[in-house]
Write a protein that binds this ligand. Sequence first.
Ligand code: FES
Ligand SMILES: [Fe+2]
Length: 427
Amino acid sequence: MLRKEQNDLLTQTGPGTPAGKLFRCYWLPVLLAEELPENDCPPVRVKILSERLLAFRDTQGRLGLIDEFCAHRGVSLWFGRNEENGLRCPYHGWKYDVTGQCVDVPSEPEESGYCRKIKLKSYPMIERGGVLWAYMGPPDKEPPPPEYEFAAVPPTQRYVSKRLQESNWLQAMEGGIDSSHVSFLHRGDLNSDPLFRGAKGNQYNLADARPVFEVVESVGGLYIGARRNAENDRYYWRITQWVLPSFTMIPPRGNHSVHGHFWIPIDDENCWTWSFDYHPIRELTAAEVAAMKDGKGIHVKVIPGTFRPAANKDNDYLMDRAAQKSGRSYSGVEGFGMQDGSIQESMGPIVDRTKENLVSTDNGIIMSRHRLLRAIKALDKGEMPPGLDPAHQQVRSASVVLARELAFKDAAREALSARPGTAPASV
Ligand code: FES
Ligand SMILES: [Fe+2]
C-alpha cells in the first residue's frame, strides 16, 4: 500500500515532476528503427513523458527529435516536408534541422539572420539494437549509450515489438516483476504457446502455485527470485531482473529465447510496452520470428498500421468465456501479452494504491517502489540513480534448479549477468 502522495510521486512523469526527472536520466526507447526506415522518410509523432515531439531522419541519415510544433504559429510539424537536411513547415515554409535549429524563414530577408534566433527544443536520439533511443535530460548529464544485451546481439538473434498500453507505466511494470501470476493468469497457455511450451520449468510452475519470494538488491535494481518446489529436495528458481527505471527480464523457459520489457510513459495514463526476445548464442528461427509477429509469446497482435492491440478495451479484449470456462485459457483473453495488458488496464488508468492489500508474493513490487522512491529522493540531492552504468544493464534473467540450502544470488550469480557467447541458464 502507498500513501496518495507516494502514488502520485511514482506515477506522474511530466516535465518537472520528480519521477519525470528520474526517467529523464536514462536513454529511453522511443521508436522502432523501422518507423524511420530511410533518409527523408515521413516524420513520426512521439509523445513521451507527456511531451509532444516529432522524430525524423534527415537527408544525411541524421536523427532528430524535436518539439512537434512550429515556432512561428504552432502548426504540427508532422505535416512538414522532410527535404534537404531539414523539416519544412508547410504553412509558411520555416525550416528546422535535426537539432531544432531554424535554418530558413523564407519570408524574411536572408541578411536579417532572423532564423538563427529561433530554435525548437530537441533531444539527442541514437539507434541501437533496432530501436531509437532518446535522452531527454540535462545535456551535461548524458549517460553512455544503452548496453542491454538484447540490443548488443546481432539482428538475426533478436526480435523487438511495442504496443500501446492504456494505463500508467507503473502498474504495467509491476506486472512484469510479479512472477506469482504466471501460475494463474497464464496457466492455460504455458503448454501451448510455441514460444514457451515443452520446458521442464512449466511443470514446476503449474504444480506449485505458492511460490516463495526472495528479493535481493542488485547494483542496478533488483533480483526477484521466486522459488517453487522441485523434486529431490531441490527448488526451481525463477529469477527476474529489474533495472531502473523500468527494464525487466522474465526468466526463460527451456531452449526458448530470453525476453523482457521496458515500460515507457507516454503520459500519466498511457505507456508503451516494449517487448524484446533474443537468444544470446543462436539466431532466432523463422518459426520463432513468425510466431512473435503473430502475437505469440510476450508479443501481441496489433491493428495493422498502428501499435494498438487488436484485442483492446473497446472490444473487451475479445473475451472468450467458453475458453475461460473450459480452462483452455485461465482469463479468457488470448495470449500472454494481452492477458497482462487487459488485467493491468482493468485497474483504471492509474491504480489507487491506497486501497491495496499486499501479500508476501508482492515483495518484489514493494521493494521496487522503495528503490524508486529512494532514487527520486537521492536525485533531488544530486545523486545519479542506479541503472545508468552499462554494467548495471548487462544482466540476464535465469531459471535454475538448485539444492534447497543454496541462496540463489550466490548459486546463480554467473547466470545473472550477460556474458557474451554463453548460453542462458534456463530450465
Ligand atoms: S506556422 Fe510554421 S511556418 Fe508558419
Ligand atoms: Fe504476465
